[in-house]
Design a protein. Sequence first.
Lengths: 289, 329, 428
Amino acid sequence: MDATVIIQLFVSGLTVGLLYALVAIGLTLIWGVTDIINFAHGEFLVIAMYFGFFTYSLLGVSSILAMPVAVVFLGVLGWIVYRYVISRVLKSENILSQIVVTFGISVFLQSLFLFLFTGDYRSVDNDPWIKGDVQVGGIFSSTPEVITSILSLVVIFFINLFIKKTYTGKAIIATSLDRETAQLMGINTERMNSITFALGIACLGVGGVVLPITTHVSPYSGFLFAVLAFTIVALGGFGSVVGTILAGVIVGMIQTFGGFFVEPAYKYLCVFVLYLLVLMVRPKGIFGW
Amino acid sequence: MNVKKENLIRSSLLVISVFILIYPFLFKAAFYQHIMIMVFMYGLLAVSWDLMGGYANMFSFGHSAFFGIGAYTSTVMLIHWGINPWIGMIVGGCLSGIVGVLISYPTSKLRGHYFAIATLAFLFVTKILLENWRFVGAAQGLSVPMVKESSLLYFQFHGSKIPYYYIMLGLLVLGVVLTKWVIRSRIGYYLRALRESPEVAQSLGINTAKYRLIAIALSAFLAAISGTFYAQYVLYIDPPSAISLHISVQVVLISVFGGTGTINGPLLGTAILIPLINLIGAWLGGAGRGIAFMVFGAVIVVMCLIQPDGLIKYFEGWKLSNRRENEAA
Amino acid sequence: MKSKMSCLTMVALMCAIGILNFGTVSYAQDKVIKVGGELPLSGPTAPTGALNKRGMDLAVDIINNKYPGLTLPFAETEGIPNLGGAKLEIVYVDDRGDPNVALAEVERLIQQEKVVAIIGGWQSSCIKTGSMVAERLKTPYISGAGSSVDLTKRGLRYYFRLIAHSGKVARAYFDSLQAMEKRLGEKYKKVAVAYENTEYGSVCNEQLENEAKNRGYEIIASIPFDSTAISVNVEVQKIKAAKPDVFFQIGYDPDAILFTKTMKKFGCTPPVWYGMAGYLSPKYIPSVGKDGNGVLISGWFHPRFSKPVTQKVGEIYKKRYGKAMNIPVALNFMTPFVIADAINRAGSTDKEAIREALEKTRFTADQNIMPGPGIWFTPVQPPPKHTHDNEGVSMLVLQIIDQKVEVVWPFDGKTAEIIWPHPKWSEK
């Protein structure tokens, strides 16, 4: 077997893994702090994707310019959703409600997209800034993929910084580790929750706007990303930023190597099977709290 | 509860029952009959889900996998070995039950959210496997061989939906009777104990695992029955339609809307939401489908906020004197 | 005096009767015959679905109005003659590219809209279920598209198909391949197929495998994929590693674009690249630009093909829509004519009578814009023989040259010289 092929698979797996990690990072924060699995995560990502697409198709400029708008919009949306929906459901202490309510949001959003944008598949085919293929010594990638990988590392780096170095960040960690003690220490845990939720959703605005360049956006695009994100967060352990990156890359690698050596049709199967195995052995994930 | 109110409830139930029985003759349009058939089919699915989710506390988001196993088993047996779909239905149910039990072993340690995600993963694994398995038609799916004329023996009717209506109604009634019998038996008693406080139950020496397994097996069995019905109703199945996240999610949402752990709740939820979705979708035409599910999603969210125990909670006090509802001793 | 009065009265009476008769005749002429049209009007193949609709609408326009000088049936008249000039109307439904939606929508068309027949269909998976329901409800279904071989191997009495099935397409591909081998003195051996994994793609794959094996080629890779997949990185890497001589990419709109972009990204250039359906999408060339040059496509139609009726209709279309007519427009274009002809010969809207009339359909070459001697159907036969498959159709092979679609095979019917082998990415 050609060494180039292996290296190429490695690079492909890395780029797709970092992309997944970028999608999953928001989820792991939300999960770690509020204990809610946001099943609508994929749909929020799709909002960002539509932002990116329409910026390109209606304004004719690069979809990456939609990023600040998308981030702010999603941050606000996340805050609203937390305050008026999630926090109430958390108070009711009914676990099933907590799971179901985000599914309800997901169904609602998906249908909203269907209604507003129809079921057609759209892609950004000729972005003015982010285009072209990249070749380094026989290893191929594309500019959009490289950019999302860099964005992923940047975002995760800053999130990590935020969590470790700022007061709010540390308060968030404290809340996720032990809610009661954090409250006793004077931390407004409700506020921590809403900040985390808003932040987690806002993260999607970073990568989401660029995605329509490498793939297409439709009302249904969200759910595969979401399921992979759940898998990554559960693998890497909820709340662990480092865990998310590593798990993301692992998933990317399994998908790529598994798809190549087993059968491309089974590329996701390998991921899910591995996930089920890990779940049985170490339910809290590799780095979980 | 006073006698007057009881009599009112009894007569309302009677009226509703008669209405359901003569419905296909009142509403001759195929579309309206279809809605009720879907109500019955989803009703059975929801009831089966409640057994697993509401009583055994295992919130499965992959219930459609059992549905699919039922649909595929009976169809494959018919196509490859010429076995009658009624028999195939029972076999499918049993197979589904076995699969349910097998899945529960590795996942029994998982709780709440984790279990839900594991069931999602299981759903996708099943779907991908079926999509690539030639024997069951892979991604192309399977067409149930059409018999030229409608036939009860071969479980196929063309031209009129009325036979399908009564068959599904019958299956639903059987399923509900069976489920309620289990709930009221010792098994149900233990399950409720388990649900209310697992630690106490275990300390009393109740074999929690065994009763969970029974609930799962029955739940999977009934879901598979719905699946076979679907295959014979539509005469075509493929992985996206039979092993669908969409169906799974709808079943859970409907049950939660109605109120889990009650059997009546999911039935109520189905009776309200399924017609709602279909009617809005039809009324508004092309864009209607989007709006119908927007309404569905919004209704679910609202219900979770104002009444997490589901719609049935509002009917909690309505007991009839010779019926005993769920009461842990 | 009296006789004059009575004369006048008689004339007046006759005029009145004449006017009343005219009135009744025109009242009958306002009669409309509804047929159902099933197309993907939203979803991943929506752009192609919209083109199909244009073709069908144009056909209905030709049938219902006067188009003198056009040799298509009913062009010279308005409406369907034997039914008093009744006009044809298509009631469209959107199958969204989903076979289960197709099933429900066709059922609704028949039971609620009470159409006398269903025409149209684009994706084989949707046609499969739509025609199944039509069969159950004893309603004729004529599809202009739907290349999956299996569609006509079901022995269905009510389903009729116009397009050349994928077995014929595979034969045309390999005929053209071997013709080029002969011309250049080359010999290709290794074949790779990437196919979308529903009815259409997997049946195409089977047909290609059969032809390849019968003619001594080796299938070195056979890769199913999801047409709406997020990425095809892994699939393309596998193809690249296999180093095929001949590459077939069988899919729909989204994946044709995705594969082209991904093949370019990995610098993968097979010497021969055949594509199908998705490459005909109106989005394809605008999306990939010159990267699409060199792809060979199955040619069920070309507007500059040498039949006069083809060119005439092509001109009408171009004048109306500003663009050249292409395959998605043409495939279902003939379906309204076929059903109108059957209704006309049956002289009624009774579905059984229409079905019998359909079986006796006979269009000549001039009455059909598609390549080939005409339209006539095989009889009802048990599988594996074909039932109601169109025998009058023949195939071309097209190629995208300079971002335009040209006919390159058979060589004597070509509109441009074939480009061979497939150009490198930098040279496109």
